[in-house]
Design a protein around this ligand. Structure first.
Ligand code: UFG
Length: 352
C-alpha cells in the first residue's frame, strides 16, 4: 500500500515526502519536473534513508498514469502537481487550465477506475479572492481573481461534485497561506525559476547579493506600517499538515476545506527587519507602488485544522527566516542536478 504524491519534487512536495517517509508511509512520486528538480528527490532519500519510485511524467499522460495505478497498490493520493505563478497564469491561461484542470481530471478518472477515493488536495488561500475580512475562515466567500486562482477554485468544485456523485470519496482541501522557510538540514528549499515573484525568495536573493534591492509594493495599505500583511507559514509545518489530513481522510468520508496558516499576520517591513535581525544580513529596499491584484491584509483563522486535524503550526517567523537563509546560503544556485539520474550516485531513487 502506498501514497501517490503528485508534484512530489516541488518545494512543498519534497518536504511532504520527507514527512511521509519519516512517518513510515510508502510513497510513489510523480512529477514532470517543469518547475522542479529531481535533485530534490535525491535529497529526500538522503535525509530519510528510504527508497521510493519516481515517475518523471505529467498527469496528462494518461497511459503512464494508469501504469502507476496498475503497478502499485495506491491507497491515497496527495495531489500537489500544478503550475503556480499568478502573473504567468494571466498571460497563458490555457496552459494553466490544461495543466492544472485537465491533469487533475485525468488523475481523478484513473483514481475512480482503480477505486481509490482518498485524496488530499493542495489548494490555496487564493480561493478567497480579494476578501479582506480577516481572519479568514473556511466559510468565507470564494472567488479567485486570476487564472491560477481559478484553477484551484475549479478543482475544489470538481472534487465537491465527485463527492456528491459518490459520498464514499474522502477529500481534504488544504488552503495554504504563504509557505516560506526550508528544511532545517539546509538540503531542501524553494528554488524558483528566474527572478522570484514571492517575497521570501526575493529577500534571500538580495541577501546573497544576486539581486540588488527589494522593491516593497506599496506603503499605503491600512496595516500596521502601510505595507502588505500576510500569514507566513513554515513549509515543514505545512508538510506536517498534509500528514494530519492524510490520517483524517483514511478513516472518514466527506469533503472538507482546511486553512493551513499560523493565524498571525506580518507586514513586509516586519519580515525584512526580522530577516535582518536573525541573519545579520542587510536587505536594501525601495518602496514602490502597489502591485496590481495585491490586497492589503490576508491571514487565516486556522482553528478548524486544529479542531478537526489536530494540527497547529509550531514554527515562528524567526525560524522561517533562519531556515530560508540556511537553504539559500548553502545552495546559492539552488538544486543542480546533472547527476540526478545516475544510479551510481544514488541507487535508492528508482526512476521509472
Ligand atoms: N512583496 C513585495 N515585494 C516583492 C514580493 C512581494 O513587497 O518583491 C509583498 C507583496 O506585495 C505582499 C507580500 O509581499 O504584500 C507577499 O507577497 P508574495 O508574492 O510573497 O505572496 P502573495 O500573498 O502575493 O501570494 C501568495 C502566493 C500565491 C497565492 C496568494 C494568495 O504566492 O500563489 O498567496 O494565497 F495565490
Amino acid at each position: 500500500m502506498a501514497v501517490l504524491v503528485t508534484g512530489g519534487a516541488g518545494y512543498i512536495g519534497s518536504h511532504t515526502c520527507v514527512e511521509l517517509l519519516n512517518a513510515g508511509y510508502d510513497i510513489v512520486v510523480v512529477d514532470n519536473l517543469s518547475n522542479s528538480s529531481a535533485e530534490s528527490l535525491l535529497r529526500v532519500t538522503e535525509l530519510t534513508g528510504k527508497e521510493f519510485e519516481f515517475y518523471p511524467i505529467s498527469l496528462n499522460n494518461r497511459p503512464d498514469m494508469e501504469d502507476i495505478f496498475r503497478n502499485h497498490k495506491i491507497e491515497a493520493v496527495i495531489h500537489l502537481a500544478g503550475l503556480k505563478a499568478v502573473g504567468e497564469s494571466v498571460s497563458v491561461p490555457l496552459r494553466y487550465y490544461h495543466n492544472n484542470i485537465s491533469g487533475s481530471i485525468v488523475l481523478f478518472e484513473i483514481m475512480h477506475a482503480y477505486a481509490v477515493n482518498k485524496i488530499v488536495f493542495s489548494s490555496s488561500a487564493t480561493v478567497y479572492g480579494s476578501s479582506e475580512q480577516v481572519p479568514i475562515t473556511e466559510d468565507a466567500p470564494l472567488g479567485a481573481t486570476n487564472a491560477y486562482g481559478r484553477t484551484k477554485f475549479m478543482i475544489e468544485e470538481i472534487m465537491r461534485d465527485l463527492h456528491v456523485s459518490d459520498p464514499t470519496w474522502s477529500i481534504a482541501l488544504l488552503r495554504y497561506f504563504n509557505p516560506i522557510g526550508a528544511h532545517e538540514s539546509g538540503r531542501l528549499g524553494e528554488d524558483p525559476n528566474g527572478i522570484p515573484n514571492n517575497l521570501m525568495p526575493y529577500i534571500t536573493k538580495v541577501a546573497i547579493g544576486e539581486l540588488q534591492e527589494l522593491q516593497i509594493y506599496g506603503c499605503d495599505y491600512e496595516t500596521v506600517d502601510g505595507t502588505g500583511v500576510r500569514d507566513y507559514i513554515h513549509v515543514v509545518d505545512l508538510a506536517q499538515g498534509h500528514l494530519k489530513a492524510l490520517e483524517k481522510i483514511m478513516t472518514t468520508s466527506g469533503v472538507e476545506a482546511y486553512n493551513l496558516g499560523t493565524g498571525q499576520g506580518y507586514s513586509v517591513l516586519e519580515m525584512v527587519t526580522t530577516f535582518e535581525r536573525v541573519t545579520g544580513r542587510r536587505i536594501p529596499y525601495r518602496i514602490t507602488t502597489r502591485r496590481p491584484g495585491d490586497i492589503g491584509m490576508c491571514y487565516s483563522d486556522p482553528t478548524k485544522a486544529e479542531r478537526e486535524l489536530g494540527w497547529v503550526a509550531q514554527k515562528g517567523i524567526d525560524e522561517m527566516c533562519i531556515d530560508a537563509w540556511r537553504w539559500q546560503s548553502s545552495n546559492p544556485d539552488g538544486y543542480q542536478d546533472e547527476d540526478t539520474f545516475d544510479e551510481v550516485h544514488n541507487p535508492k531513487l528508482i526512476v521509472m
